[in-house]
Design a protein around this ligand. Structure first.
Ligand code: GLN
Length: 456
């Protein structure tokens, strides 16, 4: 714990931790030591972790990297952080992210972006660690914590993991309780671990999972010992390569990475099969209707009364001015854009044309996956991202749709509620990490982790 606390202080330039909690960390580490001395060693005893700012943590700022939650210190912990603490984990602090988890580069954060510890071999441009769990990814990659929590609504665990050369898994929707995690799009959000390797991901996922009566969408299913399932044996497994993910203009090195991944799995005894997921091309537009729709509803609660910040009011201002001023200065531009898109697609007259149509597309996307799994596919292999990490500022200043295109390989998984994992798979020509994504059958994270393990 002391070594990590020192490393965090020395790495302020990465802007990964937005609130450091050294006192809590030392207290928890002391408690872990006592448990060890008494012969108890729960799974995570004394493991120093970073927590994404989206998770509520008792008495510690939990702001979703938004100005509107300035001063908010929740009086309770999220179920995930409580589970981690019960099993002995140590919290080093809260990690940077995109505001309300909306973004793919960590640049919408009110704290300013986190920085990727990786650099291109031939130029020193600072790079994004990805988003929204960019602080989590940067912190794990730079050894500022042993592991971190992340959340993934459309790729926010898997894309930053790929950009920083670490492992990130988004479990099946319902595997991990969402209680106490600040909501973005409730039918898509899932929390998961971001780690150095697949074994750590297996250990942490088990610790975070399980039924929670406080989240009615959490599943009442047994949580297997995922670590014990890492046999490395994938003989006879059938891996699907979806042809619709071979996008026009896909960079050659992403194509080559994908091919190499398939060859590694084949060499390990898996069968590789071409498959079709015909509705893939509608996933991104459907996601960017559904996610903002749900966000606009979830974010209605930030009104200057119940949480965090209230704008300074002028003489004669009434309740309407209070809402307007608070929300205008509390939410950043990307969050405001999502609220506007969301309220538009939900409004009378447009609801059927946009929201309902997106929901129908979502059902078709899910059906595509059901079909290939019914045909005997065990896991699906795709690239995690369409490129390696890009330069800070490079996309933030462009058309927002450019940024949304980052999620092209990841959003289908959230729409279908499936588990997906990103594993590091080598470096590109400029020395930057690239990730491969594996998508699994619902509730079969153990098998998915085992296939991912064979790519390490
Ligand atoms: N980049 C996507 C978005 O901005 C996904 C974010 C996430 O998974 N939280 O919506």
């Amino acid at each position: 714990t002391e070594a990590y606390l020192a490393a965090i202080d020395a790495a302020d330039a990465l802007n990964a931790f937005v609130h450091k909690t050294p006192e809590i960390a030392r207290r928890q580490a002391g408690f872990a030591q006592t448990r060890l001395d008494m012969g108890m060693s729960p799974d995570l005893c004394g493991i120093p972790m970073g927590i994404k700012d989206l998770f509520c943590t008792t008495g510690v700022p939990s702001q979703a990297a938004s100005r509107i939650l300035d001063g908010f210190r929740p009086p309770y912990d999220s179920t995930v952080t409580e589970l981690l603490h019960k099993q002995g984990a140590v919290m080093l602090g809260k990690l940077n992210m995109d505001e309300f988890a909306m973004g793919s580069s960590n640049e919408t954060s009110t704290y300013g972006n986190a920085v990727n510890p990786w650099r291109r071999q031939d130029d020193a441009t600072p790079l994004t660690p990805g988003g929204s769990s960019g602080g989590s990814a940067a912190a794990v990659a730079a050894n500022l914590c042993a592991a971190a929590t992340g959340t993934d609504t459309g790729g926010s665990i898997r894309q930053p993991a790929a950009f920083t050369g670490i492992v990130g898994i988004k479990p099946t929707y319902g595997r991990v309780s969402r209680w106490g995690i600040i909501a973005f799009a409730s039918s898509l959000d899932q929390a998961g671990p971001m780690t150095k390797d697949v074994r750590d991901a297996a250990i942490l996922l088990r610790a975070m999972s399980g039924h929670d009566s406080k989240d009615s969408t959490s599943a009442d299913l047994p949580v297997p010992d995922f670590e014990a399932m890492l046999t490395g044996d994938i003989r006879g497994k059938v891996i699907g390569i979806p042809r619709e993910y071979r996008m026009d203009g896909m960079p050659e090195e992403i194509e080559a990475l994908w091919h190499r991944g398939a060859e590694m799995l084949r060499a390990a005894g898996a069968e590789i099969r071409d498959i079709s997921l015909p509705h893939t091309k509608y996933a991104l537009p459907a996601y960017y209707v559904i996610a903002p729709a749900e966000a606009s509803s979830n974010l209605a609660r930030y009104d200057g009364v119940r949480f965090g910040r209230r704008a300074r009011l002028a003489q004669g201002d009434g309740i309407t001015e209070m809402y307007e001023k608070t929300r205008a200065e509390g939410f950043g531009p990307e969050v405001q854009r999502r609220i506007m898109v969301g309220t538009y697609v939900l409004s009378a007259g447009f609801y059927d044309a946009y929201y309902n149509r997106a929901r129908r597309v979502r059902a078709l996307i899910k059906r595509d996956f059901d079909q290939v799994f019914a045909d005997g596919i065990d896991a699906i292999l795709t690239p995690a991202t369409p490129s390696a990490a890009f330069g800070l500022g490079e996309m933030a200043n462009a058309d927002p749709v450019q940024m949304y295109l980052n999620d092209v390989f990841t959003v289908t998984v959230n729409l279908a509620g499936l588990p997906g994992i990103s594993v590091p798979a080598g470096l590109d020509a400029r020395g930057l990490p690239l990730g491969l994504q594996l998508i699994g059958r619902p509730w079969e994270e153990g098998d998915l982790l085992n296939v991912a393990h064979s790519l390490e």
